[in-house]
Design a protein around this ligand. Structure first.
Ligand SMILES: Nc1ncnc2c1ncn2[C@@H]1O[C@H](COP(=O)(O)OP(=O)(O)OP(=O)(O)O)[C@@H](O)[C@H]1O
Ligand SMILES: [Mg+2]
Length: 255
């Protein structure tokens, strides 16, 4: 995908500390990076290093201790309609059908009923769940629940999709399947995607660029450009280029 040269989202000297029992606990320290329009950026780092904190700061869901997040050059301090988030847990409402779960953000936005339904149904189709419109979440597998969560995030037509290890709880086969589906949605919808993960192979499969974080407090340690051809399929994981990139990223994380 063509990426333009101006950043759509920027983190500038971002810092976050939490109030801990023994004073302040620094979770994120002096994070700087830019994300370009149309890009797929993965941010990888060890467990507990501050990945979720970074994503919540980018989403405007958490107050910063230091620094700024810029959305097309403008300071972002609260959730914005251009930015949707997919969390690790699907957080579906159990009393609403699949279709009604996807409709929820549109109802909150006040989109007219007819248009909202059409949009929700089209996204159900895009995530391969059109037969489950009237099903309740308890009837879904973990992978299906996350497909609903992705549809619910995309139905608002965001320009930026933030993903926090969205498929981390799934078995590796389902996870790969959902990653490939995500890639095709990303390409077709022309969005900018930022995913945090601790899975190195996942980051190489998906990203144009991978940022490696330090252990907590997270800062950006290294950046890798992933010049693998697109569209990507699972076969790419067995190429020497893929294996080499994954190896170098692993080394950077261990360093
Ligand atoms: N609400 C909070 N209050 C206090 N401390 C927090 C809070 N949220 C996170 N932390 C601490 O900040 C640090 C970073 O947490 P964060 O969840 O951002 O890491 P992570 O990289 O997403 O972890 P994981 O790999 O487990 O998903 C951790 O030490 C965590 O205990
Ligand atoms: Mg996390």
């Amino acid at each position: 995908m063509e990426t333009e040269t101006f950043p759509i989202l920027e983190a500038k000297n971002l810092g976050k500390s939490y109030d801990g029992t023994n004073g302040q606990l620094p979770a994120v320290n002096n994070i700087n990076f830019s994300v370009y329009k149309g890009e797929f950026l993965c941010i990888v780092g060890p467990s507990g290093c501050g990945k979720t904190t970074i994503l919540q700061l980018l989403a405007g869901l958490l107050s910063k201790s230091l620094g700024t997040v810029l959305l097309e050059g403008k300071s972002l301090t609260r959730p914005h309609q251009d930015i949707s988030v997919v969390f690790q847990k699907p957080n579906l409402m159990p009393w609403r059908t699949v279709l009604d779960n996807i409709l929820l953000p549109l109802q909150i936005e006040g989109v007219g009923e007819k248009e909202a339904r059409e949009r929700a149904i089209s996204y159900l189709l895009k995530v391969g769940l059109s037969d489950f419109a009237e099903a309740y979440p308890k009837a879904l597998s973990g992978g299906m629940e996350q497909r609903v969560a992705v549809a619910r995030a995309l139905v608002r037509n965001p320009r930026i999709l933030l993903l926090d290890e969205p498929f981390g709880a799934l078995d590796s086969f389902t996870r790969e399947q959902l990653n490939l589906e995500l890639l095709s949605l990303w390409r077709n919808q022309n969005i900018t995607a930022i995913m945090v993960t601790h899975n190195i192979r996942e980051s190489v499969l998906l990203a144009d660029r991978v940022l490696v974080l330090t252990p907590r407090p997270a800062s950006v340690y290294k950046e890798f450009k992933i010049d693998l051809p697109r569209p990507r399929t699972e076969d790419i994981e067995y190429t020497p280029e893929f294996v080499n990139l994954a190896y170098n990223i692993r080394k950077a994380i261990k360093a």
